[in-house]
Design a protein around this ligand. Structure first.
Ligand code: DOR
Ligand code: ZN
Length: 345
């Protein structure tokens, strides 16, 4: 039986597009299904100023196919020397839509991130005043904290104190991976939202480690126990306004992942919508897919939902390539481990 589902065109509220040849290879993959994306600034060197963001936006636009109809929403990388005036000017000019906080050392290209949170207080206060969202990579970096506990500990030690110290600051807890994250976001006020990735709805930590180590399932924050995956699925499919899609699609060339010390990141841009339709169907929540992918994010960011639509059709399994070739090398797609019957047109 063929079934179709038409939703407002989705947006990706957390995406890595990289730069150079990798950008050229992956930007068209996101543009195929998504109308807009919050683009992460963790390039080398990072996107630090409004000027950097404008130049990066132009490189992204140049990497898109003719008539792609894709709008990159730019972000700045918060450092201890970020100038509050530059942030508010870039936002007022419509150039940036958020600022990204990486605790120094938490993940890929986070070395320039924040060590001393008191040093970014003036920027955070200016952002609260101007209504600029702070996107947070929510993991502590202390080596004595177990990697599976780093999100929950971050909430208690860093995020909650930071939000209390900066009333009015709008915060997106990015790529939540735990029941603690879900519960914290649910209990927060209006100015708190969370993105959830596709892969964290599908895999738990066994997928990474049981029966052999699978580098293409390794990402940060790392997937947790099954009970956490179920909490994320309940949150994503709830329709609640504070949860929205951020794929965290994070391409790395295969040799950098299939390595003695592999990079973190799952590449989901090509099959994200197919996987999501599968997950929402399993949860008997297809009627809430649009809220998660196309309505809740724009509402949080104060943008209108897209006028255009995307139609998903259920039929024979869709054959996605195992990997795509880019000028920066091959990039393996995230394999959900089950056939995908929903095709996004
Ligand atoms: O898995 C991840 N990959 N998590 C991040 O936080 C960064 C990202 C990347 O840039 O590769
Ligand atoms: Zn990310």
């Amino acid at each position: 039986m063929t079934r179709t589902l038409t939703i407002r065109r989705p947006d990706d509220w957390h995406l890595h597009l990289r730069d150079g040849a990798m950008l050229d290879g992956v930007a068209p993959e996101s543009a195929r299904h998504f109308a807009r994306a919050i683009v992460m600034p963790n390039l080398v060197p990072p996107v630090l100023t409004g000027r950097d963001a404008a130049a990066y936006r132009d490189r992204i636009l140049a990497a898109l196919p003719e008539g792609a109809g894709f709008t990159p929403l730019m972000t700045l990388y918060l450092t201890e020397t970020t100038d509050p005036a530059d942030v508010t000017a870039a936002h007022a000019a419509g150039l940036i839509h958020a600022v990204k906080l990486y605790p120094a050392g938490a993940t890929t290209n986070s070395a320039s991130g924040v060590r001393d949170f008191d040093r970014v207080r003036p920027v955070l206060e200016a952002m609260a005043e101007a209504g600029i969202p702070l996107c947070v990579h929510g993991e502590v970096t202390e080596p004595d904290v177990d990697i599976f506990d780093r999100e929950a500990v971050f909430i208690d030690r860093v995020l909650d104190p930071l939000r209390r110290a900066t009333p009015g600051l709008r915060v997106v807890m990015e790529h939540i991976t735990t029941a603690q994250g879900v519960n914290y976001v649910k209990a927060g006020g209006n100015g708190l939202g969370a993105t959830i990735t596709v892969h964290h709805l599908v895999i738990n930590r066994n997928h990474i480690l049981a029966g052999g180590i699978r580098p293409h399932y390794y990402c940060l924050p790392v997937a947790k126990r099954e009970e956490h995956r179920l909490a994320l699925r309940a949150a994503a499919t709830s329709g609640e306004a504070r949860f929205f899609l951020g794929t965290d699609s994070a391409p790395h060339a295969d040799p950098l992942k299939e390595s003695a010390c592999g990079c973190a990141g799952c590449f989901t841009a090509p099959n994200a919508m197919s996987i999501l339709a599968h997950v929402f169907e399993e949860e008997a929540a297809l009627d809430r897919l649009e809220a998660f992918t196309s309505l809740n994010g724009p509402a949080f960011y104060g943008l209108p939902p897209n006028a255009a639509t995307l139609t998903l059709t259920r039929g024979d399994p869709v054959a996605y390539p195992y990997r795509i070739e880019t000028g920066a090398g091959p990039v393996t797609l995230f394999d959900p481990g089950f056939p995908l019957h929903w095709r996004a047109a």
